[in-house]
Design a protein around this ligand. Structure first.
Ligand code: ADP
Ligand code: MG
Length: 381
């Protein structure tokens, strides 16, 4: 990257490189903004940013993937508005840093990402977190504050009312373990995954236009459910507070669509705990069954799946050696995650690729989900 940085900006003196990974969520989908539990894994697919002082008062950002350069005088960063452009992610982060008392120094940034965009593997959080580290360029910020600041950039500046999962796991990811995050207390614990299984993400290669508006609609629907429940049970502040065995008694409070949305969140939050317990007992079939339950709930109750995701899940479940499969990420395209025996990987790859291409005319990209370390500076690049 140093060489490419030098070609692009004329000098690579003082260059430093920061990395922030994408993620795959094993279970707990659309629960983070309801303050429930999630169980993601940081991937070895990551976004890298090389940065060095520019010395001329300018902030320049180049995305290799977009082949596009943008620049601003650093003195103007604080007053930029949303541009509905990819630079909204780094600019939103820069503004949050300014708000937190960190000056944005004149600098050049080269972005190189291995997290496929719009794949449900969270290229957006990888971009936010790597940008934040590049802007800080060695200045310290506690990791939880970093995660919250990047989330605020996406919510307030980009306009996507996301939960904290993606930014959190990009920062707190660990090698060889999944991370169970309590999205209310913002505490986490490492969860050992059993031996004898592996996880693969399969990318539908589509992202339907509906994705963003439907996400915003789901956030609103969950809020509507909470308002109705709280009118009778004032202690319920989010759907996280509704235990699944009490949900039946609340059903009469909720109109049809809202009822199904809430039922997904309540049951999905419970499934995270069940999945963690199954994982710690090495109950592989139980884990797989929970993944499939999660997918069916997202498909029928939450209605955020699509034909491509459903096809990949249904087809995966027919392949020898597969324990379970589900959509991962926000939905309406993006990827599935499948749990399978390691020896089944070669024929799984072949069969799922052939089937998907036969049906949709596109070869799906497939990524191993090797739990990797969270964001930081890359010392030997
Ligand atoms: P996901 O996070 O699932 O990949 P999002 O829609 O949340 O999907 O984020 C994708 C957006 O993030 C892209 O449309 C683009 O604006 C931005 N982005 C991600 N990676 C890059 C990159 N390498 N260069 C420029 N923009 C990027
Ligand atoms: Mg995203």
């Amino acid at each position: 990257m140093t060489e490419d940085f030098r070609k692009l900006f004329g000098s690579s003196e003082g260059v430093r490189v920061y990395r922030a990974p994408g993620r795959v969520n094993l279970i707990g989908e659309h629960t983070d903004y309801n303050l429930g539990f999630v169980l993601p894994v940081a991937l070895n697919l990551a976004t890298y940013i090389a940065t060095a002082p520019s010395g001329d008062g300018m902030l320049r950002i180049y995305s290799e993937d977009r082949r596009e350069m943008r620049q601003w005088p650093v003195t103007g960063i604080a007053s930029l508005g949303r541009a509905r452009h990819w630079t909204d992610y780094p600019v939103g982060v820069a503004q949050q840093l300014i708000g937190a008392g960190f000056a944005i120094e004149p600098a050049n940034l080269l972005i190189r990402s291995r997290v496929p965009e719009g794949s449900g593997l969270s290229s957006s959080a990888a971009l936010e977190v790597s940008s934040a580290l590049a802007f800080l360029n060695g200045r310290a910020l506690p990791p939880l504050e970093l995660a919250r600041l990047c989330q605020r950039a996406e919510v307030q500046f980009v306009g996507m009312p996301c939960g904290i999962m993606d930014q959190y796991i990009s920062i707190f990811g660990r090698e060889r373990t999944a991370v169970e995050i309590d999205c209310r207390s913002l505490e986490h614990r490492d969860v050992q995954l059993p031996a004898g299984v592996t996880f693969l993400a399969v990318n539908t290669m589509v992202k339907h236009a509906l994705a963003r508006s439907a996400y915003q609609e789901r956030v609103q629907e969950c809020l509507a459910a909470v308002i109705r429940i709280r009118a009778q049970f004032p202690l319920v502040e989010s759907l996280r507070d509704v235990p699944p065995d009490q949900f039946r008694s609340l059903e009469r409070l909720l109109p049809g669509v809202i009822l199904r949305r809430a039922r997904h969140v309540v049951t999905e939050t419970a499934r995270v705990g069940q999945f963690v317990a199954a994982s710690e007992q090495g109950a592989l079939d139980g884990m797989g069954a929970l993944m499939v339950e999660s997918h069916r709930s997202l498909q029928h109750d939450y209605e955020v799946s699509c034909a491509e995701l459903d096809f990949l899940v249904d087809r995966a479940l027919e392949i020898e050696g597969v324990f379970g499969s589900r959509m991962t990420g926000g939905g309406f395209g993006g990827s599935t995650v499948t749990m399978l025996r390691p020896d089944a990987v070669p024929h799984f790859r072949r069969q799922i690729s052939e089937a998907y291409e036969g049906k949709f005319g596109v070869v799906p990209a497939i990524y191993p989900c090797e739990p990797s370390a969270g964001a930081g500076e890359v010392k030997d690049f």
